[in-house]
Design a protein around this ligand. Structure first.
Ligand SMILES: [Zn+2]
Length: 311
């Protein structure tokens, strides 16, 4: 035991001594966690995958630190959704050579699958336009691509192709990884479709217009979304509007996200019989690994089901 630690320490010191910090090693860098789930499955046993955004940060507004920019520069391959989602990455990614970057939204296989964002959503109901709402439109399309199992599969295919070009010596392992990913995805897709099909017709609202791909894929039936700052309790008028919609449309649930303060959630649900649930569109607590993407899809299914099923 002691011997092993000593060896590890020696290796680490040697790395420092040569001026190579472990972080400077070439790796795949993804913008957000779910893209890391897909990449780490394809690259398993071949190269490391790291995620730029810390847990709890929003995919919509993040300020890159100098260390993030260095990380992007040193990456073997940078994977992101694209400029309409991670606007904070546009400039550093522009400087990278074409073979070292992949914007999933630009894939010819993905383009035909894009769905429109529900930008009209709660504006129809006289809700004042907040800044966060305007930020959220991502152009005309819903850019939360990682919530589509089919786009995730096509992304894995593209990541595999990119890695084979960058490291052809690892082709066999990369081929096997992709095959495994596709098989596991197909398997959990069938399981989740079974689990979620009884929830069809149960109406609910979400606090983030993120879930269109997942909902469409599994036949879930959202009523719409509210734009609510997760930290600030909405004002009396806004609360009244939200509760009126929940009641009028007979919503079963309203879903917040992990960053919402309990006081905000309580304020929204108070005086209604609507249940509160939580959806995590970024898989915050799930560690990267070869099965992490299917774990992520499964966790979301549990989160939908545990609130919508109810008693
Ligand atoms: Zn989002």
């Amino acid at each position: 035991m002691l011997h092993k630690n000593t060896l590890l320490f020696a290796a680490f010191s040697a790395a420092l001594w040569c001026g190579i910090s472990p972080l400077a090693q070439a790796e795949i860098v993804t913008s957000i966690k779910p893209l890391g789930f897909i990449a780490s499955a394809v690259a398993d046993g071949v190269t490391k995958t790291a995620v730029l955004l810390p847990d709890g940060a929003s995919e919509h507004d993040y300020a890159l630190r100098p260390s993030d920019i260095k990380r992007l520069q040193n990456a073997e391959l940078v994977i992101w959704t694209g400029p309409e989602m991670e606007a904070f990455m546009i400039r550093p990614v522009a400087r990278l050579p074409a073979q070292k970057k992949l914007a999933l939204v630009t894939l010819d296989t993905v383009k035909p699958l894009l769905i429109k964002g529900d930008a009209a959503g709660d504006r129809e109901h006289g809700h004042d336009h907040e800044k966060s709402d305007a930020d959220h439109h991502h152009g005309d399309y819903n850019m939360h691509l990682w919530l589509s199992p089919e786009i995730a599969r096509l992304s894995a295919v593209a990541i595999h192709q990119k890695l084979v070009e960058l490291m052809p010596e690892n082709k066999n392992k990369l081929d096997a990884n992709l095959q495994r990913f596709e098989a596991e995805l197909a398997k959990s897709d069938r399981m989740l479709a079974n689990k979620l099909s009884p929830l069809k017709g149960k109406g609910y609202y979400v606090f983030h217009d993120a879930y269109g791909y997942y909902e469409q894929h599994f036949g879930l039936t959202p009523l719409g979304h509210f734009t609510v700052n997760p930290e600030i309790q909405p004002g009396a008028q806004r609360l009244h509007e939200i509760r009126t919609q929940l009641v009028e449309h007979k919503a079963v649930c309203v879903f917040a996200e992990p960053q919402f303060r309990p006081a905000v959630i309580e304020a929204v649900a108070r005086g209604t019989r609507v249940r509160m649930g939580t959806l995590d569109p970024l898989g915050t607590a799930i560690p990267l690994g070869k099965d992490s993407y299917t774990q992520f899809l499964t966790q979301l299914a549990h989160q939908y089901a545990s609130c919508l099923k109810g008693e």
